[in-house]
Design a protein around this ligand. Structure first.
Ligand code: CTP
Ligand code: CA
Length: 260
C-alpha cells in the first residue's frame, strides 16, 4: 500500500511524468518542434522509480540514449516499475496524460508542449509551389513557395489545449498532486522569477518548478537552478545542481505532500 515508514520513499505510489518536446505536424514529413531533450523529465521518472514508485513516462520525441536511464533505475532492489507511452504531439500527450493520470497519485508535466499547432496539416507532402489557400495560380514563379501575397505560404496555427491547466481544473483523480515546470527569461515586464510567480498563480498547479533560462542554464545537459513555487506564487524551495539533483528535490516535495 501507499503508506510507508520512510517519508521520502514512493513505494506503491503511482506517478505520471511527461517529458520531451512535442512535434506538431505541418505535413507527413515536417513539424514545428522545440529543443527539449526530455532529460529533466526522465531524471524525475528514473528517480521516482528508484524510490519505489510505479511510473508512467509520457514521452514526446525522446531519443533512446536519453530514455536509457529509466530502464536502469528499475533494476535496483526496492525499485518500482516504469512504462513508456509515446505521445509525439500535444493532442497525443493530452489524451495519454488524461488516461494515465486517472489512477495516478501525482502528475508531473515536465514536457515542453507546443502552444500552437498547424490548423490544417497537409495529408501529403507540401510542394513549395503550392499556394497556402489552394486557390489560383502562383504569382511568384513556379520555383517559389508562394502565398496569396506572392511570398512564402503562411502556416495557419491553432492553440493547443493547456494540459496542465486542464488537470488542475478537472483532476482525473481527486486529491492528486499536479506539478508543472516553467522555463522563464527576464524581459521588460519583469525578471524570470516574477514571470514564474505570475505563471504559478495562473496555472494553479500545487507546485511549479521555475528555472531561469538564457543565462547559460536550464537547457541541454548542464547544471540548472530551480525555484519551486506554490499556487500563490510563493517560494516553497530552491535548489541548484544536476538534473538528477533537481529531480530529488522535487520528489522530496512531492513525497511529503502525498497523503499518508
Ligand atoms: N503545458 C501544458 N500544456 C500546454 C502548454 C504547457 O501542460 N499546452 C505545461 C508544461 O508542461 C509546463 C507548464 O505547462 O509544465 C508551463 O509551460 P509554459 O510553456 O511555461 O506555460 P504557458 O502557459 O504555455 O506560458 P508561455 O506563454 O510562457 O509559453
Ligand atoms: Ca508555452
Amino acid at each position: 500500500g501507499p503508506g510507508t515508514a520512510c517519508p521520502e520513499q514512493l513505494s506503491g505510489r503511482r506517478l505520471v511524468v511527461s517529458a520531451g518536446g512535442t512535434h506538431e505536424p505541418i505535413d507527413p514529413v515536417r513539424f514545428i518542434g522545440n529543443r527539449s531533450s526530455g532529460r529533466q523529465g526522465v531524471a524525475i521518472a528514473s528517480a521516482a522509480a528508484a524510490r519505489g514508485a510505479d511510473v508512467v513516462l509520457i514521452a514526446a520525441n525522446i531519443s533512446p540514449e536519453v530514455l536509457a536511464p529509466l530502464g536502469e533505475s528499475t533494476a535496483a532492489p526496492g525499485a518500482g516499475t516504469a512504462r513508456i507511452v509515446e505521445a509525439p504531439t500535444a493532442l497525443d500527450m493530452e489524451a495519454a496524460v488524461r488516461s494515465e493520470a486517472s489512477s495516478a497519485d501525482a502528475v508531473v508535466m515536465a514536457a515542453a508542449v507546443a502552444d500552437f499547432r498547424p490548423s490544417h496539416p497537409g495529408i501529403s507532402k507540401i510542394k513549395k509551389h503550392r499556394l497556402a489557400d489552394g486557390a489560383g495560380p502562383a504569382t511568384g514563379g513556379a520555383d517559389e513557395a508562394v502565398g496569396p501575397a506572392g511570398g512564402p505560404a503562411p502556416i495557419e496555427l491553432v492553440a493547443n489545449p493547456d494540459i496542465l491547466a486542464g488537470l488542475v481544473a478537472d483532476p482525473p483523480q481527486p486529491g492528486q498532486l499536479i506539478v508543472g515546470f516553467a522555463a522563464e527569461t527576464g524581459d521588460e515586464e519583469g525578471d524570470a522569477l516574477a514571470h514564474g510567480a505570475a505563471k504559478a498563480r495562473r496555472k494553479g498547479a500545487h507546485l511549479l518548478a521555475v528555472n531561469a533560462v538564457g543565462d547559460g542554464r536550464g537547457f541541454g545537459d548542464v547544471p540548472n537552478a530551480v525555484v519551486v513555487l506554490d499556487p500563490q506564487g510563493a517560494e516553497v524551495a530552491r535548489g541548484e545542481g544536476t538534473k538528477a539533483e533537481v529531480a530529488e528535490l522535487l520528489l522530496d516535495l512531492i513525497a511529503e505532500r502525498l497523503p499518508r
